[in-house]
Ligand binder design. Structure first.
Ligand SMILES: [Cu+2]
Length: 228
């Protein structure tokens, strides 16, 4: 009799504690996502492609996570994409899709590394563990220039040929919106503006930037010399 009541009481507490745990852990409302449409133009009003727009939370930082891996191809003796934005901690593979060897390197403080002469995909990806600009070159082909731009946030996008970029999945709240481009004139620091994302509607942000001329060592002379 007493033992039976004890069992019932134990079951009562198990159910009650279970319900409490579900209340605390399981039914918190989902984070409401906001979105932003950014438009980047140069000082003549022309749309700027390949600009990286990213949102840094004004308050608490975004929860730490392992970002998905990314790829920087080498194809037809170019880095593709020309600009690869990634979050800090991202692993990047550098497959060589050409049938000649490339030798990828970076002397940038944010990530110094070298992938000596290779064809195919190097066994180990490169992990970018510090925010900043990583300029890529190839020891063999001087005109090959690419950028990995490492941002301290999962909320980023790159402008297309129309100069527009959309970030659609950031939790509602206040952010500093940054815009960066590899040919920014003067300081390489991104331009910043405060935006507040609401769970309804889309914020707009307009950036204007002065760009340096797009100069790279020419391909033609080399290819005539080498016959490739
Ligand atoms: Cu190369």
């Amino acid at each position: 009799m007493i033992a039976g009541r004890g069992r019932r009481r134990a079951r009562y507490w198990t159910i009650t504690l279970g319900a409490l745990a579900a209340g605390v852990l399981g039914v918190s409302p989902p984070a409401l996502a906001g979105s932003i449409d950014a438009a980047v133009r140069d000082d003549k009003g022309k749309p700027v492609a390949d600009a990286v727009v990213y949102l840094v939370p004004a308050g608490a930082a975004a929860a730490a996570r392992t970002p998905p891996p990314a790829t920087m191809d080498q194809q037809d003796k170019e880095f593709i994409p020309h600009v690869l934005p990634i979050e800090v901690g991202t692993s990047v593979t550098f497959p060589n899709r050409d049938n000649i060897r490339h030798h990828v390197y970076s002397f940038s403080p944010a990530k110094k590394f070298e992938l000596p002469l290779y064809i195919g995909t190097p066994a180990n990806p490169v992990v970018f563990d510090k925010a900043g600009i990583v300029a890529l070159g190839c020891n063999i082909h001087d005109w090959m220039v690419g950028y990995v731009y490492v941002v301290p946030t999962p909320y980023f996008a790159k402008t297309g040929p129309d100069g527009k970029a959309r970030i659609a999945d950031a939790p509602a709240g206040a952010y500093d919106a940054h815009a960066w481009h590899p040919r920014l004139k003067g300081s390489p620091e991104p331009s910043v503006q405060r935006v507040t994302l609401s769970p309804t509607g889309t914020e707009q942000a307009a950036f204007a930037m002065s760009l340096k001329r797009d100069w790279r060592p020419p391909r033609r002379g080399y290819e005539q010399q080498q016959g490739n």
